[in-house]
Ligand binder design. Sequence first.
Ligand SMILES: [Zn+2]
Length: 336
Amino acid sequence: MIDHSLPLVELHRHLDGSIRLETILELADQHGIALPANDVAGLAPYVHIDKSAPGLMAFIDRFEHMTGVLVDADACRRVAYENVEDAKREGIDYIELRYSPWFMAETHAMNPSEVMEACADGIRAAERDTGVRANIIGILSRTYGVDTCLKELDAILAHRDHIVAVDLAGDEVGFPAYLFQEHFKRVRDAGLHVTIHAGEADGPQSVWSAIHDLGAERIGHGFRSVEDAELVAYLAENEIGLESCPTSNLHISAVESYASHPIKQLADQGVKFCLNTDDPGISAINIVHEYDVAATAVGLSHEQIRQSQIDALDMAFLSPQEKSRLQLKVTQGRAL
Ligand SMILES: [Zn+2]
């Protein structure tokens, strides 16, 4: 279903939700960390979700064994590097990887600023080695509250030159977007882009708030926008694109089935979107899988999926020149 004459772009993937089982096992072994199993097959059921979990926060608990092995900067660098290698294997030409330095640092009391730097190092090295273009989105984990997020923002902005945008993730219901207006004013003042997780666990007012209070240019998930016709029209008219992650939505029980996923209805009404994996290491999927289910189970048309691939590049936090270069590289590369 992927059109190989176009760049394959993924814009919504959590770096710390994308750690190989083999890497978890190796890091645990090196650092004497206890795991519930000592081989890939045994560990998989503790990390992967293959059926619905009861809600977003239960899903976030599945990160335990991933963050559990992030013991130091070397571990972060390795995981970041492997994220880009995995993107290469999936045929991705450009990827935006996101992470919350506070969340990654917490288990082993690392310095969040060092986590930012180590991951950026790993990503840049892997870009050079693989030829995949990658950019970084810093995440504020709203679940930690307003004050801690200010400290997290300091750690992110200390590495401003390595990132293209800032996101807000975590408990959407308990920590609404408007609480973080001061944070995102600083983000915009720093010349960075804004994308916000909204309309996933909470309703349309959360998406409105992400746009009006925080200046969101894109929305992570956003499928509950479908509940508000005025919002759907606004998204379409203002070309605020949705970073859609159908399997992840199914896994947190936010939608009942692929067939009932609102992205089809939103696409029919002219809302821009792109397809993404969110946390492929937990959902046990890759981007090819998401394109496959979009065409079959979700019921998007061939043309809608092709358009979403075009829109993914359009929605990317790249300059127009970088987008043209990426398209040219794909056209020339695939012709060889
Ligand atoms: Zn996400």
